[in-house]
Design a protein around this ligand. Structure first.
Ligand code: UGA
Length: 450
């Protein structure tokens, strides 16, 4: 059992990591400056939606396995290992904003009193470990008072706990044997499948690859993973665009493509593009790192460009569906979060689409299963509801933007206004086409000519 502190413990990555590590039997002190979130967390409530998180959190609080505080000095004092999980948003030029990481390092420099392993969980550019080491070295000795290691996270929002307890791999980048050993001890219970609270996500047969490398390679692995995922999405969106022009059916193409074991079926859904807090930020940061090192990342620039254009494709579809101007046209957007299964509306392309439609005078109504409150908070002018029938009623155009199961199950024979059915745009190829045809509703599937 290790005493672990999480700096940035109320954010998405920090919270899932803290809860995960506490479940493995470590004593976790989660530190954050966000008072509202801290108050909620102390009462076992989470500001981010994650399936199964709250009940687990409450159990861990009850057995004193995890605690929450805004006192960084206390967390540093009580911990042998500190996970840094603070945000690294994009700056205007695409580079990662390291100001929070630097501020944390400056405080650690003044607060660390015994050998402490600093684990960088936040996705930070190559070179950041060096910056943190330099800051700490102003007062402390590397290798004796501290070591800094990289342990990138691969959590997907909405599946964070599955990804923590059944990860596809654990990657640790370190130049210190001592620190590597500490990290291995921390993850040992997970590798053995033992926890202090029973969780449903660990299977007895699971074998988790544990990769030890240097910090630069660890960080670059994380960037490479997100850049590859982004590339897959831009790739399939480009195929969808071509398919539409030449009369193909993207659903069949994706199926046929995914049967090649070298390609695989996952992560090939076409749509409005990749949104969310990570893919766009990380691929832009990678481009900046390449530029700074005199390397021309032509391919990744193309991936970003395709993604930026993808929303325009959807916007064009809406405009041609209404035939005239968008002024006062009622547009129903199905899916407001950046993807299904989360309440996160930050960097959601649906919200960006809403803004573009609103700016042209359209009257937009949005549906989401989990993110209606968050969407209203971000965009008070957006009419948003969890009631699908309400959102569909009276719409001129309905746009399905994510793969929420409820959208697949819409009964279009009763959904639209009988005398004025909407035009339906399916960016995900998930809607029940037979039901749309029966209801005599005209539709357009992104990537398909029909
Ligand atoms: C992503 C990665 O999947 C995680 O491995 C990584 O840890 C995380 O970023 C991170 O760096 O923190 P996440 O942003 O939660 O996770 O969401 P994804 O499920 O990857 O989806 C990202 C975007 O791509 C969403 O807008 C989604 O709708 C879109 N997408 C995803 C598609 O358009 N098509 C697909 O086939 C899959």
């Amino acid at each position: 059992m290790t005493d672990i502190g999480i700096i940035g413990g109320a954010g998405y990555v920090g919270l899932v990591t803290g809860v995960g590590l506490a479940t493995l039997g470590h004593k976790v002190s989660s530190m954050d400056l966000d008072q509202t979130r801290l108050k909620m967390l102390k009462n076992g409530k989470s500001a981010v939606y994650e399936d199964g998180l709250e009940p687990l959190l409450r159990q861990l609080i009850d057995i004193n396995q995890i605690s929450f505080t805004d006192d960084q000095s206390e967390t540093v004092r009580n911990s042998d290992v500190l996970f840094i999980a603070v945000g690294t948003p994009s700056l205007a030029d695409g580079a990662a904003d390291l100001s929070s990481v630097i501020a944390v390092a400056e405080r650690l420099r003044d607060e660390i009193r015994k050998y402490t392993v600093i684990v960088v969980k936040s996705t930070v550019p190559v070179g950041t470990i060096g910056i943190i080491t330099d800051i700490l070295s102003q007062k402390l000795r590397a290798g004796e008072d501290f070591d800094v290691v990289s342990n990138p996270e691969f959590l997907r929002e909405g599946s964070g706990l599955v990804d923590f307890f059944a990860p596809s791999r654990i990657i640790v980048g370190s130049t210190s044997e001592r620190a590597s050993k500490v990290l291995r001890e921390i993850y040992e219970p997970l590798l053995q499948g033992t926890t202090v609270v029973a969780v449903p996500w660990i299977s007895p047969e699971q074998e988790i690859p544990y990769v030890e490398t240097d910090p630069t390679s660890a960080q670059l692995t994380k960037y490479a993973a997100n850049a590859y995922l982004a590339t897959r999405i831009s790739f399939i969106n480009e195929i969808a665009g071509i398919s539409e022009k030449v009369g193909g059916n993207i659903g069949d193409i994706v199926y046929g493509l995914g049967l090649d074991p070298r390609i695989g079926p996952g992560y090939l859904k076409p749509g409005i593009g990749f949104g969310g807090p990570c893919l766009d930020k990380d691929i832009r940061a990678l481009v900046t790192v390449a530029d700074e090192n005199s390397y021309d990342p032509v391919m990744f620039n193309g991936v970003i460009r395709r993604n930026d254009l993808q929303m325009r494709e959807v916007m064009n579809k809406i405009s041609s569906a209404v035939g005239s101007s968008l002024y006062r046209k009622r547009i129903a957007l199905l899916g407001l979060a950046f993807k299904e299964g989360t309440n996160d509306v930050r960097h959601s392309l649906s919200i960006r689409l809403y803004r573009a439609l609103r700016d042209q005078g359209a009257s937009v109504v949005g549906h989401d299963v989990l993110a209606v409150e968050e969407a209203r908070e971000l965009e008070p002018g957006l009419e948003a509801s969890t009631e699908l029938t309400y959102v569909l009623k009276g719409a001129d155009v309905v746009v399905a933007l994510n793969s929420e199961q409820a959208y697949e199950e819409i009964d279009w024979t009763i959904a639209g206004m009988p005398n004025r059915p909407p035009f339906v745009i399916d960016t995900r190829g998930i809607l029940d086409l037979a039901a749309l045809e029966t209801a005599h509703i005209r539709f357009d599937i992104l990537g398909s000519a029909r």
